[in-house]
Design a binder for this molecule. Sequence first.
Ligand SMILES: [Zn+2]
Length: 195
Amino acid sequence: MHAFPGGAPSLDFAGTLRYRHRADPREDMDSPKSLSVWFRESGIAEREIPCKAADLQEALVLREAVYQLIVARMSERAYDRDALALVNDYARKPTPVPQLTSEGRRIEASVEQAFAAVARDTVSVLGGPEASLLKECGNPECSQVYIDRSRGARREWCAMDPCGNKIKAAAYRARKRVGEQAKTAFTRSRQSAKG
Ligand SMILES: [Zn+2]
């Protein structure tokens, strides 16, 4: 249901408001259930933690603070003080607890612990050595930020589907159009040379 192209949970969490550069961004965090699903799919929780409407509201406030910090880090601007204080407050709280059972590892997580995990990931991504690898997707509408761990840092898209495919198809159409224009211009110039 959710997408995880960022290479870190905090980047994917910020990315749940998709296509921020469009006039009408797409909200993937549109219900308490979608937050529960996100916690499970991100691996922060093992099962869906039941979330209430108030948890969703809290999640959106945290998410926007995380996104502000990401953008500030990438553009080398100072962090917004409120956003920084909010994320640091969450990062101070207890995170999910891994427990060993006879069936293997089990992760115990409450909503608060899951938020703390997102905040700590934000701290480690933006304050860590990979912060210099942060990139925004090459699709002009897409605002997903990812860690470019590719060789030579040549990754251009958050994901090939849909962003890479969309931009490549547009580039192909543009090339074709230019090619056709060149052909028409050539035919015309030949005809006028004859005439
Ligand atoms: Zn993208």
